[in-house]
Design a binder for this molecule. Structure first.
Ligand code: NDP
Length: 252
């Protein structure tokens, strides 16, 4: 399960938990140096400690992707410690479903600002490194974690799904710009995955519905998605998996 990544430097947002954390652990096990980005410093420190205890190299960088200054500062910290990063994974995200009639502008803004604009801020901050790595003949990867919600329709998840559809389209569009410079862009669309994501749902009914989905089928694990990312980024330089949809087998 270990991909050969000894010459890679990765930046992973959402690395405090779930897919981001699992991806950081997997890439580090393959030899990559990993910068861990999310808001909760204590969680990042724990992940970094796990990696360094295993002989890997990790840097905890607290950041809020909704804050332009914070993202720019994080990029400077990563650059100072590791030089340019050639692998960027946008896993930070929030899912806050509610009936559209509730008019929860607070949640709409948080989801758009984290899932879409947050990814854009991170892309802007780390793009020079990706470009430079590719221009120097190395492998450069931008991986965005979207969702099957970009295509599948779920009532009450309209705004979350809209942010993910936008991210999926952003990935495909950016690829037309960056592919020519040998920067690969991969969009990953997971289905139901067992992580903390559903923990922030503040609607009792929707929380119970989500719980029932986890009862109804064996969900993917965060490690399943990390493994896919390891596979994608360790392909030969001329091979770009543009879009990967990964679902629990019974999920329609
Ligand atoms: P988690 O909640 O475990 O991970 C989300 C991560 O994002 C956390 O580590 C969180 O850390 C970080 N984060 C949230 N807001 C911010 C912010 N403003 N700035 C920086 N970091 C932030 O859930 P998942 O692992 O499931 O989520 C990873 C991605 O996968 C998300 O984009 C999600 O939408 C997507 N996804 C998840 C699916 C699932 O079924 N679980 C299915 C399809 C897609 P912290 O709070 O410390 O900042």
């Amino acid at each position: 399960n270990n991909y050969e990544l000894h010459d890679r430097t990765a930046v992973i947002t959402g690395a405090a938990s779930g897919m981001g954390e699992a991806t950081a652990l997997l890439l580090a096990a393959g030899g990559a140096r990993v910068a861990l980005l999310a808001r909760r410093r204590d969680r990042l420190d724990e992940v970094a400690a796990k990696i360094t205890a295993g002989g890997g190299s990790a840097l905890a960088v607290p950041v809020d992707v909704t804050d332009t200054v914070s993202v720019a500062a994080a990029a400077a910290t990563v650059e100072a410690a590791y030089g340019r990063a050639d692998l960027v994974v946008n896993a930070a995200g929030v899912m806050l479903p509610n009936p559209i009639g509730d008019g929860r502008e607070d949640e709409w803004n948080r989801m758009i600002d984290t899932n879409l604009t947050g990814a854009l801020r991170v892309i802007r901050a780390f793009l020079p490194g990706l470009r430079a790595a590719a221009a120097a003949g190395g492998t450069a990867d931008l991986v965005n974690i979207s969702s099957i919600g970009a295509h599948a329709l779920f009532p009450q998840y309209a705004v979350y799904s809209a942010t993910k559809a936008a991210l999926t389209h952003l990935s495909a569009s950016l690829r037309t710009e960056l592919g020519a410079e040998a920067v690969r862009v991969t969009n990953i669309e997971p289905g139901l995955t067992d992580t903390e994501l559903g923990g922030h749902v503040d609607n009792t009914e929707l929380s119970a519905q989500l719980g029932a989905m986890f009862q109804a089928m064996p969900a993917l694990s965060a490690g399943d998605i990390a493994d896919l990312i390891g596979y994608v980024v360790s392909r030969p330089r001329h091979v770009n998996l543009r879009q990967v949809i990964a679902l629990p087998t019974p999920q329609a």
